[in-house]
Design a protein around this ligand. Structure first.
Ligand SMILES: [Zn+2]
Ligand SMILES: [Zn+2]
Length: 174
């Protein structure tokens, strides 16, 4: 015959099977019987219902929030990586285009410069050889001055319009 164990809560003497196992207890059983433990648990739940609910709610909210936050962070990162890649491509393209444009611009400038200088020397040569005469009076403003040759078309360097430096400045804006 099994010995009965007295419950510390309801003071009833019950079979050991009516108690939950407890590893730390001397006899390997809880001091409260199963029924009392159940009641106690229910009481505890009732008493702390709101608190527990709030805790659970908060825990759920936090985990949900974490997932949302992680997802958002992932999306932002992906977007950033994507835009970084796109920007890189865009700048590479831009760089290439700018290089070409600069080269074209430089070549054009060089061409104009060389044309200008060739035309300038042609006029100087013509003046020295006497085929072109530099007037001493400006044909534009009739002032007595040193006249320069205004070349409208550098491919026809000897088709010049003589004028004083003041008139040249006002026409060319230089
Ligand atoms: Zn009991
Ligand atoms: Zn003049």
């Amino acid at each position: 015959m099994e010995t009965l164990k007295k419950c510390s809560s309801c003071k009833d003497k019950k079979l050991p099977t009516e108690f939950h196992a407890c590893k730390t207890a001397k006899d390997g059983l809880y001091t409260r019987c199963k029924a009392c433990t159940k009641i106690q648990a229910a009481d505890y739940y009732q008493a702390n219902k709101t608190k527990l609910n709030e805790q659970n709610k908060w825990r759920r909210y936090m985990s949900k929030d974490n997932i949302a936050r992680r997802k958002a962070r992932k999306e932002v990162k992906a977007f950033y990586e994507q835009s970084k890649e796109a920007n890189k491509k865009y700048y590479e393209q831009k760089k290439e285009a700018r290089k070409i444009a600069n080269k074209k611009h430089y070549e054009k400038r060089c061409l104009i410069k060389s044309k200008k200088s060739v035309a300038f020397h042609a006029v100087n040569h013509a003046v020295k050889s006497g085929s072109l005469i530099r007037p001493t009076v400006c044909p534009v403003c009739s002032a007595e001055a040193f006249n320069v040759a205004y070349q409208k078309d550098y491919t026809k360097p000897l088709e010049v319009k003589w004028m004083c430096i003041e008139c040249y400045k006002s026409i060319c804006g230089k």
